[in-house]
Ligand binder design. Structure first.
Ligand SMILES: [Fe+2]
Length: 205
């Protein structure tokens, strides 16, 4: 009950360390593939809502944009390597089209990430950056909605229970890999907490 309440009323976004812990747990619990992807969509939504909120401060948006991209990279890349590749090779045309469309939308999001990185969003903030951040957050928000309402049901229809279980395991392994890659690249992986960026690297695995 206590856990249920703290989940229900939690207002803090999950830190990347909490995301990593949840991956270990979901792997051990054999969480089903699509509920797992939806859980990761919820992690993304925690930042999308701030980036798109006209009342959020510039600092909040900047922090959340970086968290958002770390999660887009983890979830998006793992999802395309596992689920989209599978869909693109599916015997059913409907499933293949979903895979190609999903990939195109990810490509646009990664393109916008590259543009925002080029604009230096991690160290400065401007109206142009805020506008582009809102575009990419809105794009991913719609993409998530579309996946949950259309792609996932089509994928579920066209895949066996065994395939879904294999995809779940391989998706989680890839997610862990992408989070660990963050460690080499940045200070961020284990330490993402609102307002408390730190250079300390205490990311253990
Ligand atoms: Fe997704």
């Amino acid at each position: 009950m206590a856990n249920f309440l703290s989940e229900t009323f939690r207002t803090e976004p999950h830190s990347l360390e909490e995301v990593r812990t949840s991956l270990d747990k979901d792997l051990a619990d054999h969480k089903q593939f699509f509920p797992l992807l939806k859980e990761h969509h919820d992690f993304l939504e925690e930042s999308i809502s701030v980036i798109m909120d006209k009342d959020a401060t510039d600092f909040q948006k900047q922090e959340h944009l970086e968290r958002f991209f770390r999660l887009v990279e983890m979830h998006g890349k793992a999802e395309q390597e596992v689920l989209y590749n599978h869909l693109k090779a599916n015997p059913e045309k409907e499933a293949r089209l979903e895979g190609f469309a999903g990939q195109d939308e990810h490509d646009v999001a990664f393109q916008l990430e590259a543009e925002l990185t080029g604009m230096g969003y991690k160290t400065e903030w401007s109206e142009e950056i805020a506008a582009k951040a809102k575009v990419v957050a809105g794009l991913v928000k719609n993409h998530i909605k579309e996946e949950e309402s259309t792609m996932f049901p089509i994928a579920e229809e066209n895949m066996t229970e065994e395939e879904l279980e294999d995809m779940r395991d391989s998706y989680i392994q890839k997610c862990l890999g992408y989070l660990i890659n963050d460690r080499a690249e940045a200070i961020y992986a284990g330490n993402w907490k609102m307002g408390t960026h730190t250079d300390a690297d205490n990311f253990h695995h």
